[in-house]
Design a protein around this ligand. Sequence first.
Ligand SMILES: NC(=O)c1ccc[n+]([C@@H]2O[C@H](COP(=O)([O-])OP(=O)(O)OC[C@H]3O[C@@H](n4cnc5c(N)ncnc54)[C@H](O)[C@@H]3O)[C@@H](O)[C@H]2O)c1
Length: 255
Amino acid sequence: MSGILDGKRILVTGVLMESSIAFHTAKMAQEQGAEVILTAFPRPTLTERIAKKLPKPAKVIELDVTNTEHLDRLEGLVRAELGSLDGVVHSIGFAPQDALGGNFLNTPFESVATAMHVSAFSLKSLTMACRPLMASGGSVVGLTFDAQFAWPQYDWMGPAKAALEATSRYLARDLGPENIRCNLISAGPIRSMAAKSIPGFADLAGVWDERSPLKWDMNDPEPTGRGVVALLSDWFPMTTGEIIHVDGGLHAIGA
Ligand SMILES: NC(=O)c1ccc[n+]([C@@H]2O[C@H](COP(=O)([O-])OP(=O)(O)OC[C@H]3O[C@@H](n4cnc5c(N)ncnc54)[C@H](O)[C@@H]3O)[C@@H](O)[C@H]2O)c1
């Protein structure tokens, strides 16, 4: 059976639990014919355990996106395993507790800086680390939570996502001439580890129960993973700097 990622080599970050958007992305990418390599944070053993639940084996490389040694050695480790890459998935986000959950006005800059470093600047660092592996072009895909709006509880992750969205546009600008595309999926709420770390996340998710045109299931990361796989494929060849909503259509509804 042929798949939309047949013959493609894809690096997927962010597989932590079975609830991770990245896990469902990796699973679907393999089902669609891709060879997948995973990166792991904080410990490869955790990701290796979850990787066993994928349809096919996937090698795991340790990567803290804020660690320059990890970033510097990534190219060599991936090259030894796969030779080159056709796509990179950035599925990484983190903000310290005092940057979330209604503390927006009191968050110290150190915590904001951490959120920005891990959640936004890392799209640039990861893409640059993988750039030499995409000599014949590629597709970089990240995950955002619509940064056009101020959301309850989301606090400094909001500005971090706004920075991620802008970073993606600048990467699209600078890497387009190398045929490297950079796009984001703007996902609705999903009950993952990252979501559980946001105090009051249920209030935020309740907005989807009330207003989403399509019935949104917070326990199902698959539609989001499908969106990522579509952007990794050859079916968006002239799309870059774009943000595609996989949110049940909520972004289109005013009230
Ligand atoms: N869950 C949601 O409601 C939702 C909605 C929209 C967008 N997103 C985004 O989707 C992406 C994936 O999140 P998820 O919901 O699957 O949660 P998750 O907790 O499963 O994934 C977050 C990942 O970030 C990784 N990470 C954190 N710090 C890191 C670091 N220093 N270096 C490398 N990796 C690091 C973690 O290991 C984890 O795998 C994030 O960008 C998140 O903001 C999530």
